[in-house]
Write a new protein. Structure first.
Length: 173
């Protein structure tokens, strides 16, 4: 599908508006539910930074005419999980529960040409186990998105059940 410059600009502005709405929703939630001022301020700044990073990614994709492939879509989708997990970790900490945000997106790398086989699942579960073990006694708040996999998480063989698969791999790791 060929999109002209005006349409591209409109799409970028729509994406920017959507990200602003998402950012504002998360900031509102932080301000409404996180009582500890330091935790709240840190969370709000992190949310703003994450949202700005995604907006910059979208603008760069347009500016440099970058291909938006399955892996790019996976990364964009991961931002929602990151924001939710950051909020939950802060909420737990605010309630006195020692917790830690665990982002699995770069926990291991697997070649796109490889297959989803026993080796993949073993590698993933071992990598996840290392990340979770690093939390020691803190409760891990784990993103369901786990980075580069053969094909793609969403458009590849795993599909929408990737968070369930992630939970299972964390459990067996």
């Amino acid at each position: 599908m060929c999109v002209d410059e005006e349409q591209q600009n409109e799409l970028v502005e729509q994406a920017r508006g959507l990200m602003l709405d998402i950012c504002n929703d998360h900031v509102f939630a932080a301000e409404a539910f996180i009582k500890d001022e330091s935790l709240r301020e840190t969370l709000v700044q992190t949310v703003k930074d994450e949202c700005q990073e995604l907006v910059e990614y979208i603008i760069a994709a347009k500016r440099f005419n970058l291909e938006i492939n399955s892996r790019s879509k996976d990364r964009v989708i991961s931002f929602g999980e990151k924001l939710s997990c950051r909020f939950m970790a802060a909420l737990l900490q605010d309630m006195g529960v020692e917790s830690e945000y665990v982002d699995l997106c770069d926990s291991f790398h697997y070649e796109a040409a490889d297959r989803l086989d026993d080796k993949f699942y073993r590698t993933a579960s071992e990598a996840f186990a290392r990340k979770i073990a690093a939390c020691e006694s803190r409760v891990p708040v784990v993103t369901g998105f786990f980075g580069n996999v053969p094909g793609s998480l969403i458009d590849g063989d795993i599909g929408r059940g990737y968070t369930d698969l992630c939970a299972a791999l964390c459990a067996v790791g």
